[in-house]
Structures are given as structure tokens and as C-alpha cells.
Design a protein around this ligand. Structure first.
Ligand SMILES: Cc1cc2nc3c(=O)[nH]c(=O)nc-3n(C[C@H](O)[C@H](O)[C@H](O)COP(=O)(O)O)c2cc1C
Length: 214
């Protein structure tokens, strides 16, 4: 067993000061995700989405960010999945980006709503044809008997859509948009004295920035 207790790394690549931080957290996020893409980090748009089920059990899973705009953070999934069931009951979530190569983390929380069917259509049809068929194949989050079941269903759906140019968007597939209410930017610093800046909405709809202890 590796000596986990002895794994130790100093974070000294960057800093995040109040002077550097942009006034709007969405702009600050765009700078950081752009830098994560430029640094060629693996899956820079991957994040952890945490939801809470009807009986209070939290669940986290990795997702891919497919857009960020003034309304918030957009991701796509199966509307019959466990996360969708959670979001139907508690339409709020926490998402967390980890960019270890830059020693950065961003935590975001807020209400979640479904994107319009038109917006889902536009994204769905921009995906590779095989991924579009994949959305028809997988009953995400349900128990299945075997891998073969998926393979058989893929074959069946591929046959079914053989003469179809535009694969229709399944009714149970689409996007969500998380509208940020709080966003925390974390930058690793030496001696575990990291920089943490928390943006929260103020009464006038703008943002206030507070420094949190690491
Ligand atoms: C790198 C990575 C990216 C993923 N991206 C997505 C995604 O964008 N949408 C999605 O539905 N599942 C995605 N998944 C799978 C989810 O983590 C999860 O297994 C699935 O959505 C079912 O979650 P649920 O049963 O909690 O609803 C991704 C997994 C990984 C490891």
C-alpha cells in the first residue's frame, strides 16, 4: 500500500488576489477554463455534479460542461436518470471543477432548470451520429442484465435509424442549466495557505467578493 499519509505537494504555481479577480465570476470562470484548455489538461470541461435525492442521500458524478453563458452552466444527460430524478425533487445542485495541473478548484451552487427543447435539439444534432444513437440505446441509471443487452439494442437502433438522416432527439434526453448563486475560486498556495475568493450575489443583483480562510 502506498504511504498515502506521506504524499505531499506544495502548490506554488499561481495566486489569486482581490486585485486580479474579475468583478463578475462568470468572466473569471471563463478565464480559468480557457487557461485549463490552453494548458491541455485532460478533460478541462469535466466537473463533479452533486445532487440530493428525495430521501436526503447526496450523490456525485462526473459530467461535461457544454456551455457557459450569462444564464449559467449547461450540461446534458438523460431525463430519466438518477440525477434527473434528484433534480426534479430538489432543483438545486453543487458543481465542482478540479484543474490539478493549475492547482485550481472552482465550486459553484445554485438552482437548476431544464434548457429549452430547441437548445437541446441544437446541441444533440451537433453530436456525432453514434452518440445520438447512443442516447436512444442507454436507459441511464437502470439495472441491466448484461453488456450484451446494450450491444443488441445498439444494433437494433442502428438498424431502425438506417434510413433516417436526422436522428430525432429522444424525449428523455436534454440539458440543464445551473444558475450560479455562489462561486468560489480556490488557488493552491505554499504552506497550505491557499487563496479562496467567494463570490455571492448581493441585494442589488451584483456580486460581492469575500476572502475565505483556507
Ligand atoms: C469524464 C466523464 C464525463 C461524463 N460526462 C457525462 C455527461 O456529460 N452526461 C452524463 O449524463 N453522464 C456523464 N458521465 C457519466 C456520469 O458520471 C454518470 O455515470 C451518469 O450520468 C449516471 O449518473 P446518475 O445515475 O447519477 O444519474 C461522465 C462520466 C465521466 C467519467
Amino acid at each position: 500500500m502506498d504511504k498515502l499519509s506521506q504524499l505531499r505537494k506544495e502548490y506554488k504555481k499561481h495566486q489569486l488576489t482581490e486585485e486580479m479577480a474579475l468583478g463578475d465570476p462568470l468572466s473569471q470562470f471563463k478565464v480559468w477554463i480557457h487557461e485549463a484548455v490552453e494548458a491541455e489538461l485532460p478533460e478541462p470541461n469535466a466537473f463533479i455534479l452533486s445532487t440530493v435525492s428525495e430521501n436526503g442521500t447526496p450523490a456525485s458524478r462526473t459530467m461535461l460542461l457544454k456551455g457557459v453563458d450569462a444564464g449559467g452552466f449547461v450540461f446534458y444527460t438523460n431525463y430519466n436518470s438518477d440525477k434527473a430524478r434528484d433534480l426534479a425533487f430538489f432543483p438545486v445542485a453543487s458543481i465542482c471543477f478540479l484543474w490539478l495541473g493549475l492547482e485550481r478548484q472552482v465550486r459553484i451552487s445554485g438552482p437548476v432548470t431544464k434548457v429549452s427543447r430547441e437548445e437541446s435539439e441544437e446541441y444533440f444534432h451537433s453530436r456525432p451520429r453514434e452518440s445520438q444513437i447512443g442516447a436512444w440505446v442507454s436507459p441511464q441509471s437502470q439495472t441491466i442484465g448484461s453488456r450484451q443487452e446494450l450491444e443488441d439494442r445498439l444494433e437494433e437502433m442502428t438498424k431502425q435509424f438506417k434510413d433516417t438522416d436526422v436522428i430525432p432527439l429522444p424525449l428523455n434526453w436534454g440539458g440543464y442549466r445551473l444558475q450560479p448563486v455562489e462561486m468560489e475560486f480556490w488557488q493552491g498556495r505554499p504552506n497550505r495557505l491557499h487563496d479562496r475568493l467567494l463570490y455571492s450575489e448581493n441585494e442589488s443583483g451584483g456580486w460581492k467578493i469575500q476572502r475565505l480562510a483556507p
